[in-house]
Ligand binder design. Structure first.
Ligand code: ADP
Length: 367
């Protein structure tokens, strides 16, 4: 891992007021750029040539300048990183940013200051470490995991290591079904996680954690904000009911459920669940401080299912801005209730940067 003091040395050379927000043009970049503009910060979009027109199509969210790359991994090259340093860029990582550059490469090669704590990358990308964090340390309710397929005793979802967007995941009721399906797919058991399929309604809970803020839901240090909630549209699982076919009929027709995210819709959760929502967010933050100090910083998302008993079971954490926040480029019902004025997640990030600059605490939010 790049030592933090190296990143902070670069940050110290940034000229106080001329800091720019930069990211790769994908995922939630439009919202990040628009939010930075609203907070009076200039922006740098790192993009391949073919995407420029897409970003120009949204003038309020178009970055002030583009840096064109042939391949996103070029961001890791020293000449590109030095260029970003000269422009005083603070990078905002999003899902595609981590996907394109690679979590390991970010930890070991990227020395440009980035919002957040890069130590979180290994904790969220490994399902066993994620469970240690969320279940063992934070005490969140999570789906049961069956380490031995013979133990499967309820409807379970089988996930592949490294698979993104639920690609190839399948559901089984017992160990026989598991072995049959695994054989059909030529999959190795070691590369799979078998998880209780939680029956209920999915909610993707967006939070922002600030160590330097002074309003919100109190954590061990700093404050937590609920910035929004979305529901993902996942193809084709979300529309399979429209076929009116049974599971067997679908199998015969060669139709397998998939979970690829195609879009998002906004939603709110019943108000009486908010205490639970805020508590699980706080516990996640507090546990992160103990496990990888200074802990998780900035935006994150808990992916959860609310059961019929109104329990919230969390099946995943994303420790950065999630694409579901794009539903709220101006404000969400919750940011409105916190700020009483427009505040997107992208803008909240820029607000944090501005606040940290003013308080001389930029090094506390950048890693
Ligand atoms: P990935 O990290 O590959 O995107 P996820 O773990 O987010 O995969 O799972 C993809 C989708 O599968 C989720 O958005 C959700 O719809 C469904 N899912 C995952 N785990 C569970 C679970 N334990 N119970 C119910 N649905 C689940």
């Amino acid at each position: 891992m790049i030592p933090l003091h190296i990143i902070h040395e670069h940050l110290n050379k940034y000229k106080g007021t001329d800091i720019k927000i930069g990211t790769i043009c994908s995922h939630s970049a439009l919202q990040i750029f628009a939010g930075a503009r609203e907070e009076g910060l200039r922006t740098v979009g790192i993009t391949t040539r073919d995407r420029i027109d897409t970003y120009k199509a949204f003038p309020h969210a178009c970055p002030d300048e583009f840096i064109i790359v042939d391949n996103y991994k070029d961001v890791l090259k020293a000449d590109m990183q030095n260029k970003l340093l000269l422009k005083n860029v603070i990078l905002v990582p999003h899902g595609s940013f981590v996907e394109y550059l690679g979590a390991k490469n970010i930890e070991e090669m990227l020395y440009v200051p980035m919002i957040g704590n890069r130590a979180v990358l290994e904790w969220e990308s490994d399902r066993k470490m994620e469970r240690k964090w969320l279940s063992d340390k934070a005490g969140l309710l999570m789906p049961k995991v069956f380490n031995n397929p013979k133990d499967i005793n309820c409807l379970s979802i089988v996930k592949f290591d490294g698979a993104k967007g639920g690609s190839g995941y399948f559901k089984v009721m017992n160990s026989k079904q598991f072995y049959d399906e695994a054989k059909k797919r030529g999959a190795t058991i070691e590369r799979m996680t078998i998880q209780e399929y939680v029956v209920g309604v999915r909610y993707y809970l967006h939070y922002f954690y600030s160590q330097i803020g002074d309003t919100g839901y109190k954590c061990k240090k700093g404050y937590l904000e609920l910035t929004g909630i979305d529901r993902r549209d996942e193809s084709n699982i979300d529309e399979l009911h429209r076929l009116g076919m049974t599971r067997d009929e679908m199998a015969k027709a060669g139709i397998n459920a998939t979970y690829t995210v195609t879009g998002n819709t906004g939603c709110v959760i019943r108000e009486s669940l908010l205490p639970q929502v805020l508590e699980i967010g706080r516990k996640t933050v507090d546990a992160s401080m103990d496990l990888f100090s200074p802990g998780m910083i900035g935006p994150f998302c808990l992916e959860a299912v609310v059961t019929a008993n109104l329990e919230i079971k969390v099946f995943e954490v994303s420790a950065r801005i999630v694409a579901g926040t794009n539903v709220y480029p101006k404000e969400s019902p919750y940011t409105y209730l916190s700020y009483g004025k427009p505040m997107s997640c992208g803008r909240r990030i820029a607000l944090e940067v501005r606040g940290a600059m003013k308080k001389g605490k930029l090094h506390e939010i950048v890693g």
